[in-house]
Ligand binder design. Sequence first.
Ligand code: OAD
Length: 284
Amino acid sequence: MKPLATYFKKKYNTVLNRILPSSYYPTRPFNLNEVNMDDLITQAAEDLAAAGKVTALTGAGISTESGIPPFRGKGGLWERFDPMEIAHIDAFLRDPAKVWTILIKEMKAIMDTAKPNDAHKGLARLEEMGKLETVITQNIDGLHQAAGNTDVIEFHGTFAWQRCMDCSRKFETSKVDISEIPPRCSCGGILRPDAVFFGEMIPQDAMWRSRQTATDCDLMLVVGTSAVVHPAALMPVIAKESGAKVIEINPEKTPLTDETSDYLIKGGAGDVMNQIIEKLGQIS
Ligand code: OAD
């Protein structure tokens, strides 16, 4: 683990780098306009084969193929709702019934039946192959564990459980009776997801372990995140500054693409993961 001062010094340097002319930057290994998808898949498989510790950071994009909508972009939740109105802790405290009715009920209906897709299964396969150690996920859907990954850091908590706001007793979300909204504990307290609302702290243990994992890894796969929500989006930056390779899998560029990632494999997570696993199987 690097001392905090070293981390912030490096972060400060990164900010400085942003105002230097692009000619300052060392030549990237790839010009994305010239490299085709097959080459990048092969490169990713070779990088995975060569890496010691591999970590993945995932976001909502990895679960879209399981039928869970993302937050941003086309079809995203924040296209329909203002997150400050229904996903901020103040909004929940002000009117829990409204947040349950508009957001949590819909999420429960979707997540009660969602199944892992090829991308989740691919990350589980990478663990089985002895390649991937830890998944840091911003998702609260539990699909990495369902796919078989055993070390999953839930950076924004979990939707699998609801917590009583008075006595902290936990209830499995799939078994919570929602015939009355908001649902309540036997003590009378209102239930809330055991996940992080906007305006709340990241669980301390998740924050600590994620930073450590990002610092220690040799390669970070960044799958299906827009990388705009901090501090989760800082994890690839920490990994990069600690010497790791950063590979993004996403149909779109993100703020990490030009500044932090070694390369972006443009595509859907399921298809890309399937191809990487197949290639990796041929190499190792
Ligand atoms: P976003 O919804 O912000 O971003 C989803 C990303 O997935 C985008 O970059 C898409 O281009 C990409 N994507 C879409 N389909 C994909 C596919 N099939 N394969 C791969 N990538 C795909 O989701 P997050 O980055 O996870 O926080 O959002 C971060 C946080 O913002 C969430 O955890 C949540 C939200 O507000 C809280 O609620 C606290």
